[in-house]
Design a protein around this ligand. Structure first.
Ligand SMILES: Cc1ncc(COP(=O)(O)O)c(C=O)c1O
Length: 372
C-alpha cells in the first residue's frame, strides 16, 4: 500500500508567488479580507449591534480566530461538526443556527458544552426535550434560542406562537432560554433598494415585536439575532436587533455584489485557473469546472484577463468565451470570482492566502465535509 500523503499537497507546494502556484487553487487576498473585516466590525460598532459571523462559508479555524480577534462576539455555525471544529480553536461563544436531532448528536453536544458555551437553535420541544434531558444527566445547562419564521418558511415557530414556546422552554430544567433568531433570506434579491429596505424592515419587526412580547410575558430575551451579507446594510440598522450573522461579507462574491447589490465590500476570494486548451478562436478551456467553482446560484465571472466570460462548467472543464482578437494561450492564468462563495469554498481543502502577488499562508478548511 502506498504511504504517500496526498492530502497536504499545498503545504508541500513551495510557490512563493501566485504566478508560480499550481492550479486550480482557491485564493484569499489577505489585504481585502482584513479591510472587509474591519468594515463590518466598524459598521456593527457604529450601529450598536454585535457581530456573530457565519462560519459556513470559510469553515476554517484560521479565519474564525481572526474574526473573533477583530471583534466578533463569537461565530454562527450551520452544523454541530462546524461548531466542534471552531471550539477546538478555542472559540467558546458558538451559535449553532440549526436543529440538533438524534441521540448521537445530542451526546456530542453535551461534550461540546464541556469545552464551549454553545447556543442551539430549536423550533420544537422534540429538539429541546432530549437536549435538556442529556444536559441534566451530565450536570450541565445549555443555551437555546428559538428560530422564528419571519417569512422564509424554512424552519421556525410562527411569531404568534413564540411566547408560549419560550415559556415552555424556560421551564425545562437544563435549558437556558437565551433569545430568538430569524433569517430574512427570502428578501435578499429584491432589486429596488427602497422596497428591499421596507420588506426587510417589516420582516425584522416581526422578530423584534416577538422579542418584546416575550419580555412583556416576564421572560428575558437577550439575543435577537438575524442577518446575512445580502441584507447587511438593513439588518444592522434595525432597532431591537442585538446581533447579526452575516458571514460571506468577509470574502464577498458576485451573488452579494451584483444580485444583492452590496457595494461597499471587496472581492477577496478568487479561484486561479489555467488555460488548458484553445479548441476554437472564440473558446478557451480552463482546468476549473464545477468541481472547483460552483455555478449554481450564479455563474463565476472572470477578474483577469478582462473581457472573458464563463459560458459553461462541466465537472472538470470550464469553457470561456474569448472576444475576437484577444490573445490567450494554453498555459495562461485566469482569475475567477465565485458566483456564490459558499458552494465553492467547500470544494477545496485550503485557502492559498496572499498579499498582492506574494503567497503568505495556506489555511485549511478544517470543517469542510463536517456535515453531521
Ligand atoms: C441562518 C442563516 N443566517 C445567516 C445567513 C447569511 O449568511 P451569509 O452572510 O454568509 O450569506 C444564512 C445564509 O444562508 C443563514 O442560513
Amino acid at each position: 500500500m502506498s504511504t504517500t500523503d496526498f492530502t497536504d499537497d499545498l503545504a508541500a507546494d513551495h510557490s512563493a508567488t501566485l504566478a508560480e502556484l499550481d492550479t486550480p487553487a482557491l485564493c484569499l487576498d489577505l489585504d481585502r479580507f482584513e479591510r472587509n473585516l474591519q468594515t463590518v466590525v466598524n459598521l456593527c460598532r457604529e450601529r450598536g449591534v454585535d457581530w456573530r459571523p457565519h462560519a459556513k462559508c470559510h469553515k476554517s479555524q484560521d479565519v474564525g480566530s481572526r474574526l473573533v480577534a477583530a471583534g466578533a462576539l463569537g461565530l454562527t455555525c450551520a452544523k454541530l461538526g462546524e461548531a466542534e471544529v471552531m471550539a477546538d480553536a478555542g472559540i467558546r461563544d458558538l451559535l449553532i443556527a440549526n436543529m440538533i436531532v438524534g441521540p448521537k448528536k445530542v451526546a456530542r453536544l453535551v461534550e461540546l458544552r464541556r469545552v464551549a458555551d454553545p447556543i442551539v437553535c430549536v423550533d420544537s420541544l422534540d429538539q429541546a426535550g432530549p437536549i435538556s434531558a442529556a444536559m441534566h444527566a451530565a450536570g450541565l445547562r445549555c443555551r437555546v434560542i428559538i428560530e422564528v419564521d419571519i417569512g422564509l418558511h424554512r424552519v421556525g415557530v410562527a411569531p404568534e406562537k413564540t411566547v408560549e414556546f419560550a415559556a415552555t422552554l424556560s421551564a425545562l430544567p437544563c435549558i437556558q432560554f437565551a433569545g430568538i433568531m430569524g433569517y430574512e433570506g427570502h428578501l435578499l434579491t429584491i432589486a429596488d433598494p427602497d422596497e428591499k429596505r421596507a420588506k426587510i424592515g417589516e420582516a425584522l419587526k416581526l422578530l423584534t415585536d416577538t422579542a418584546d412580547a416575550i419580555r412583556a410575558a416576564g421572560l428575558s430575551c437577550d439575543i435577537v439575532s438575524c442577518g446575512g451579507t445580502g441584507s447587511i446594510a438593513f439588518c444592522t440598522a434595525q432597532p431591537g436587533i442585538t446581533e447579526v450573522q452575516a458571514g460571506g461579507a468577509i470574502f464577498m462574491d458576485d451573488f452579494y455584489r451584483l444580485t444583492c447589490q452590496v457595494d461597499f465590500l471587496e472581492q477577496a476570494l478568487t479561484v486561479h485557473a489555467t488555460v488548458v486548451s484553445r479548441p476554437a478562436p472564440d473558446r478557451a478551456v480552463i482546468d476549473a469546472g464545477r468541481k472547483t467553482i460552483n455555478g449554481e446560484i450564479r455563474m463565476p465571472s472572470v477578474q483577469s484577463p478582462a473581457g472573458l466570460t464563463v459560458k459553461s462548467l462541466s465537472a472538470e472543464h470550464g469553457a470561456l468565451e474569448v472576444p475576437e482578437g484577444m490573445e490567450l494561450n494554453v498555459g495562461d492564468r485566469v482569475v475567477l470570482v465565485p458566483g456564490y462563495g459558499d458552494l465553492t469554498t467547500v470544494l477545496h481543502n485550503r485557502f492559498v492566502v496572499h498579499r498582492g502577488e506574494q503567497i503568505v499562508g495556506s489555511w485549511p478548511l478544517q470543517a469542510r465535509g463536517r456535515l453531521h
